[in-house]
Write a protein that binds this ligand. Structure first.
Ligand SMILES: *[C@@H]1O[C@H](CO)[C@@H](O)[C@H](O)[C@H]1NC(C)=O
Ligand SMILES: *[C@@H]1O[C@H](CO)[C@@H](O)[C@H](O)[C@H]1NC(C)=O
Ligand SMILES: *[C@@H]1O[C@H](CO)[C@@H](O)[C@H](O)[C@H]1NC(C)=O
Ligand SMILES: *[C@@H]1O[C@H](CO)[C@@H](O)[C@H](O)[C@H]1NC(C)=O
Length: 462
């Protein structure tokens, strides 16, 4: 019998401990991609399926265009609308750093945010500890006067949220960290040297990563922004070997795949590949689709009209497609500079949670079925329960004649069909491998189990 490598290794370790120095066991993962990639993903992450992401930083002060505001204003290819916005609204000589003092966060209440996150049905949460602007939401030792304790909120936002989110919830707390910074002179110098010098990494990125893990014990490390450098410049495998062997979160932490230019979709923990990664077909490797409630950017942008906010059915469709194909959804909202989650974001998140309350049985801890979407009915996606073998069919649309045709389930003499949140079994017809027609219950708005996307639970199908 072939045992998973983790079992082998720990059994070997038990033997080693009795005859060899303990250090052999402590160095289970080596600082190279073969070894790092061999680590099994801690099970909680796949079971979680749904997380909330937040982009919060100095860009939340202008709250215009996106979190890329500074770069689109002062970077290599400025965007006219951002340059124009500054000309019209700020005096000459105003710098990006001048925004930081208006990052006031006076309404910020971590308990309230935690309540919204919990109500969304999410099982994990990822906060930007630092975006490409370099401003840190914790008192990073490498950040002089460009962090949330020295300027702006004058509080440790990461620490306050870690405590708030973990208080009375089972939500896993995670941190996003941008490896590079657009304008950090140390980084620009290393880049100009073709990454033969490593001052920025040694003085900023590496110490920050260790500091974040030791201080806040995040269970997700979501790195981003390779700045065109490869993972050997970032010493990513060294950090990950420490994270997996010796860190305080070595048993539960999960990481993504953005550890250098050579990594996305190839190395690390789960794959994010590119933003809004929704492949639509079953994936071999665990993946995450990170997307925002707003189309486009991630940080709060005041000028966005209603049409640039995804609707709940759109968000649920993505969640279901992603989970059917083996992935997780990490859904972003951008808080305001004064520490609020705008009511439209709050409503979206609470609506996701109200849906998951009824239909979560087919989402959390589910597994991909043999079909991800129905061969004939393009409005139907599937998951299955690993325990009961029940198949869940998610109906993105309610069929006009109340009868839904499912091509792929093979019915048997024991087949039963129910709608989650509705008590009575449903009538169906069909035979063998030609699929089935399910008659949906006659419901009115008051008896609907949910307002969007209904779930059929099929038992005794093949
Ligand atoms: C902070 O930085 C200083 C100087 O760079 C260093 O001596 C000190 O050990 C650092 N502290 C932590 C907690 O990393
Ligand atoms: C934890 O939650 C309780 C209420 O459930 C609240 O009274 C307390 O202040 C919270 N603590 C923190 C650190 O948020
Ligand atoms: C669904 O499945 C069919 C084949 O069964 C495929 O052609 C189609 O592209 C799939 N994806 C979507 C998004 O409908
Ligand atoms: C489903 O209903 C359609 C339309 O009445 C019919 O043509 C088809 O044979 C039915 N299929 C099954 C499997 O019951």
């Amino acid at each position: 019998m072939i045992m998973p490598s983790i079992v082998n290794t720990s059994l070997l370790c038990l033997i080693y401990i009795s005859i060899l120095p303990l250090s052999l066991c402590a160095t289970k993962y080596q600082p190279n991609w073969d070894s790092i990639d061999s680590r099994p993903l801690p099970a909680w992450y796949d079971e979680a399926k749904f997380g909330i992401f937040m982009h919060w930083g100095v860009y939340s002060v202008p709250s215009f265009y996106s979190e890329w505001f500074w770069y689109r204003w002062k970077g290599a290819e400025p965007y006219p609308q951002v340059v124009e916005f500054m000309k019209e609204n700020y005096p000459p000589g105003f710098t990006y750093a001048d925004f930081a003092r208006s990052f006031t966060a006076e309404f910020f209440d971590p308990a309230e945010w935690a309540d919204i996150i919990k109500a969304s049905g999410a099982k994990y949460y990822v906060l930007t500890s630092k975006h490409h602007e370099g401003y840190t939401n914790w008192p990073s030792n490498s950040s002089w006067n460009w962090n949330s304790v020295d300027v702006g909120p004058q509080r440790d936002l990461v620490g306050d949220l870690a405590a708030g989110v973990r208080n009375n919830t089972d939500i896993h707390f995670g941190l996003y960290y941008s490896l590079f910074e657009w304008f950090n002179p140390l980084f620009l110098k290393d880049k100009a040297s073709g990454f033969t010098t490593t001052d920025y990494r040694d003085r900023v990125a590496t110490p920050d990563l260790y500091d974040l893990v030791n201080r806040y014990k995040p269970e997700v490390i979501w790195t981003d922004g390779s700045g065109t450098a490869k993972s050997d410049y970032w010493k990513s495998t060294e950090f990950l070997a420490w994270l997996y062997n010796d860190s305080p979160v070595k048993n539960t932490v999960v990481t993504n795949d953005r550890w250098g230019d050579d990594c996305p979709c190839h190395h690390g923990g789960y794959y994010t590949c590119y933003d809004r990664y929704n492949p639509g077909v079953l994936q071999k490797h665990k993946f995450e689709d990170s997307m925002s409630v707003t189309k486009g950017g991630w940080g709060y942008a005041r000028e966005k009209p209603l049409r640039s906010y995804h609707t709940v059915p759109q968000l649920l469709t993505t969640l279901i497609q992603v989970v059917s194909c083996g992935g997780n959804l990490l859904l972003n909202v951008g808080p305001t500079k004064d520490g609020r989650i705008m009511p439209i974001f709050e409503e979206r998140l609470r609506q996701m949670g109200s849906w998951l309350k009824v239909n979560g049985e087919g989402i959390y801890s589910s597994r991909p079925w043999r079909k991800q979407n129905d061969t004939v009915n393009s409005n139907v996606w599937y998951t299955k329960s690993p325990k009961t073998e029940a198949v869940y069919a998610f109906l993105l649309e309610w069929p006009a004649n109340n009868i839904v045709y499912l091509r792929d389930p093979r019915v048997t003499s024991t087949t039963t069909v129910a709608m989650l949140g509705h008590a009575l079994p449903l009538k169906w017809t069909g035979a063998g491998g030609r699929g089935m027609n399910v008659t949906l219950p006659l419901l009115n708005p008051a008896t609907m189990p949910c307002k969007w996307v209904w779930t059929l639970k099929l038992e005794g199908v093949k």
